[in-house]
Write a protein of this length. Structure first.
Length: 251
């Protein structure tokens, strides 16, 4: 199935039968990404009397509880409620449309004198901005160990906060990155990149989102894509998510 649409004048075509999933699958146990010292994911059968919700244990159906920490266990999308106590700061109330023109870019963190690895504004500004609502940042090196890496206590790479300020000024409403956070793991609560992107605590961009811990395979080339950002309807600041890309052709 193919669709055609217009974005800022030019027409594009996307084949919906050829999705490119950039989310990280999660499974029960420790073979998942982990950050901020989150507990391992658990899928456990519901048990009640003689009932067991696991066909492998003789149950007639699979009926399981899930124990997961969205910010720490895999691909997740968060809204301004991540850093705000506002009642409407839930992903279900903030993300109301789900298809966006997206630009995929690749950047390499620079190692600072203090050992930090930083995605710098200078490097981001060198790349052309294509006027999209969403920007996906793939960082190098891009090993497949990102699918199961334990980031806790490792001071992973992060954004120079001025990047998200520039993104916001350009009209970017959705940023996706393959890192645990756009901010430094331990920064004393500054959260500069988060605050800049949402305009906190001033005029908030309530419909903007940050998606972290995606994985963009090396076979996916930089450029324009149609993004479908899928979430669960949670009245929470965050949801495990499934961002899906579609290649575009000009028509």
């Amino acid at each position: 199935m193919k669709i055609q649409f217009v974005h800022h004048g030019p027409g594009y075509e996307a084949d919906l039968a050829k999705p490119i999933d950039i989310s990280i699958p999660v499974r029960s146990g420790g073979e998942n990404p982990n950050c901020y010292y989150s507990k391992d994911i658990k899928f456990e059968p519901v048990r009640s009397g003689d009932f067991v919700g696991d066909t492998r244990e003789g149950g007639v159906v699979n009926h399981k509880e899930i124990f997961i920490t969205p910010h720490g266990n895999g691909t997740h999308t968060e809204c301004f409620g991540h850093i705000s106590s506002a009642a409407d700061g839930t992903i279900n109330q903030c993300l109301l449309t789900f298809h966006f023109m997206a630009q995929l870019i690749t950047l390499t963190p620079r190692k600072m004198e203090n050992g930090d690895r930083v995605i710098t504004l200078a490097d981001y500004e060198k790349l052309p901005y294509l006027g999209t609502e969403a920007v996906i940042v793939r960082t190098m090196p891009n090993g497949r160990d990102k699918l199961t890496r334990n980031y806790s206590g490792t001071n992973p790479p992060f954004f120079e906060p001025a990047i998200t300020q520039l993104m916001r000024s350009r009209g970017v409403k959705h940023v996706l990155v393959d890192l645990p956070s756009v901010d430094k793991e331990v920064d004393g609560g500054a959260l500069g990149a988060h605050r800049n992107f949402w305009g906190f605590p001033g005029e908030l961009s309530k419909s903007s989102t940050i998606t972290e811990l995606v994985y963009v395979d090396d076979t996916i080339v930089d450029g324009l894509y149609l993004l479908n950002l899928q979430i669960a309807s949670l009245e929470l600041d965050v949801s495990m998510s499934k961002p899906v890309l579609f290649k575009l052709e000009r028509v």
